[in-house]
Ligand binder design. Structure first.
Ligand code: GRA
Length: 383
């Protein structure tokens, strides 16, 4: 067992840290308040290679691996959690096409995702299908060389700004989840209406509804066969969950750092508040939860890099990191008091952003179901 990061991985981590501190941090509070979509920063992250870590050079990537993605994502999220969503939006479609696409599809779509010339998205969730992916209702009906898409997707990250991405829809509803298919689509044709939505956190990551009325997707853009969609979706979520897990880790770390700094500076009752054991209790727990989550996520990413099964390990890591982020944000707010609750300081942003990690990419309850049912022998996670 080797706990050392390679020089290459350290370089990626440091690059992301420097970029986050120099380019994201100065306007993070303002961007959050004004809900700015920072297309310029999204583009720069592409130039730095953050969207190409799991993609071979042939398709524009750098092939540094899942661990590199995890390390860079944590650094970005530590400074501004909403900015890490951009990484997930680009890598999700890119690795899914890499895994399931034809050579032609890979050449055509992946480079634009890696460079972020395509501002991407993946559209799974619907008004009546959140945790229960198989319940989605959007249909894709074959019409000559195209599919006609009808239905609506909700809570789709990047919906207001995306120009291309993945969508999951039923080609044959009578087959239940075996009738779902996956597509890559450019969103420039007629038949798509977008509606932005407001959320508690991740405010400069635009989110919204996508409503399809006979929206045309070339049949050549289908990934895999008709009916492969559900498994493709489950596969994709297992990869992108690692990005969310790393994002949660970044928030946990940011909240801990704010708490530590405040404890060492704030004086009450004649001493620094770090001297109080109740605050030490919170700090110790924050650190233990964060460190445990980090090791679990590194293990899952390492397994992914070894091309070994890792669904279970990813769910354990994602669950742990989401809970660690929420514990840390809550603890930081207790320690900072009004300075935490105030919108003039960043802890309230960590608190709002942390919540998203108990919801996105499989809620904490879904992760617990995956973990427990695997242990009980009801449903193997690694399949
Ligand atoms: O027997 P079979 O041949 O029909 O196959 C079954 C099973 O083997 C079938 O699917 C297969 N399967 C898998 N195959 C490969 C299931 N899981 C996997 C897998 N991991 N790999 C049906 O299986 P099932 O177990 O009966 O499915 P289910 O009960 O309908 O659903 C399972 C589950 C609850 C885990 C699933 O629906 C799920 O993951 N739900 C969570 C949905 C989710 O994560 N949504 C995320 C939305 S996107 C998002 O949040 C964007 C965030 C952006 C950001 O912030 O970055």
């Amino acid at each position: 067992m080797d706990f050392e990061l390679s020089d290459e991985l350290i370089a990626v981590r440091d690059l992301a840290r420097e970029f986050a501190e120099k380019e994201i941090a100065p306007t993070a509070a303002k961007d959050d308040k004004e809900k700015n979509f920072r297309a310029d920063l999204v583009k720069k992250m592409g130039e730095l290679g953050f969207y190409g870590t799991m993609i071979p050079e042939t398709y524009g990537g750098n092939d540094l691996g899942f661990l590199a993605m995890v390390l860079s994502t944590e650094e970005i999220a530590r400074v501004h959690s909403a900015m890490r969503v951009a990484i997930n939006m680009q890598i999700g479609p890119a690795i899914t096409i890499l895994q399931f696409g034809t050579e032609e599809q890979k050449k055509k779509f992946i480079p634009g995702l890696v460079s972020s010339d395509t501002i991407a998205c993946f559209a799974i969730t619907e008004p009546d299908a959140g945790s229960d992916v198989a319940a989605l209702r959007t249909t894709a009906t074959k019409d000559g060389d195209n599919y006609l898409l009808n239905g609506s997707k909700i809570w789709i990250s990047n919906a207001p700004v995306t120009n291309g991405g993945l969508i999951y829809a039923y080609t044959d509803r009578s087959q239940k989840h075996r009738g779902m298919s996956a597509f890559y689509a450019d969103w420039d044709g007629p038949g798509l209406t977008r509606k932005p939505l407001e959320m508690l956190g991740a405010r400069c990551s635009p989110i919204g509804e996508m409503i399809f009325d006979n929206f045309r997707i070339p049949a050549a853009n289908r990934l895999g066969k008709e009916g492969d969609g559900f498994k493709i979706c489950m596969w994709q979520l297992n990869q992108t969950r690692l990005n969310c897990a790393a994002g949660a880790l970044g928030v946990a770390r940011a909240a801990k750092e704010a708490a530590l700094s405040y404890c060492n500076q704030r004086v009450q009752f004649g001493q620094k508040i770090g001297e109080f054991q109740m605050n030490q209790d919170l700090i110790a727990q924050m650190i233990a939860h964060e460190e445990a989550a980090r090791l679990l996520i590194y293990r899952a990413a390492w397994l992914a890099d070894q091309k070994k099964p890792n669904n279970l390990e990813t769910s354990i890591g994602k669950y742990s990191a989401a809970e660690a982020a929420n514990f840390a944000a809550d603890a930081a707010m207790k320690i900072l008091g009004a300075y935490g609750y105030s919108t003039e300081f960043p802890v309230e942003r960590y608190y709002r952003d942390a919540k998203s990690y108990q919801i996105v990419e499989g809620s904490s309850n879904i992760q617990k179901i995956i973990i427990a049912q695997d242990a009980l022998g009801y449903r193997k996670a690694n399949r």
